[in-house]
Ligand binder design. Structure first.
Ligand SMILES: [Zn+2]
Length: 142
């Protein structure tokens, strides 16, 4: 898993669920495995569920999904999403290692390594050399 192309292939099951007009963007790579796990569980309940948006807000995952155009009200479906959102508070958004929410201009979930702005900068440079950054990626940098 080293290039943005590899990542897009790995995350295709999730990216394919996002309608084009919503923008096929996923937050940083640290949450990829957690998102794939969530997707598999949701797909078991609703094989054709639609994903509207995945983003980070206030240092946590936001996962907007439903069946058809409606926000789903299926209890188990929403519970799985809620569990993943709570899990994201403890997973470094940059690398997937255990992390915690760190205050700052923009609250982020970071491990002990990536709490260092220089380490984050290096991580972004690694990502950038592996492929073009999206506008959202650029906005996610401070
Ligand atoms: Zn990290």
């Amino acid at each position: 898993m080293s290039t943005t192309q590899d990542r897009n292939e790995k995350m295709a099951p999730i990216l394919d669920r996002i309608p084009d007009e919503w923008g096929k963007y996923l937050p940083l790579w640290g949450w990829d495995d957690m998102l794939l796990e969530l997707d598999a569980k949701l797909a078991a309940l609703h094989p054709d569920y639609v994903l509207f948006q995945v983003k980070e807000k206030f240092g946590g995952l936001r996962f907007y999904a439903g069946v058809g155009v409606e926000q789903d009200t299926h209890e188990d479906f929403n519970k799985l999403i809620q569990e993943a959102e709570e899990k994201s508070w403890h997973i470094c958004e940059m690398c997937g290692q255990p992390g915690e929410r760190r205050p700052g201009g923009w609250i982020k979930v970071l491990c002990d390594e990536h709490v260092d702005p220089e380490a984050r900068k290096r991580r972004w440079e690694d990502i950038e050399t592996s492929g073009p950054l999206t506008e959202e990626d650029r906005n996610a940098q401070e």
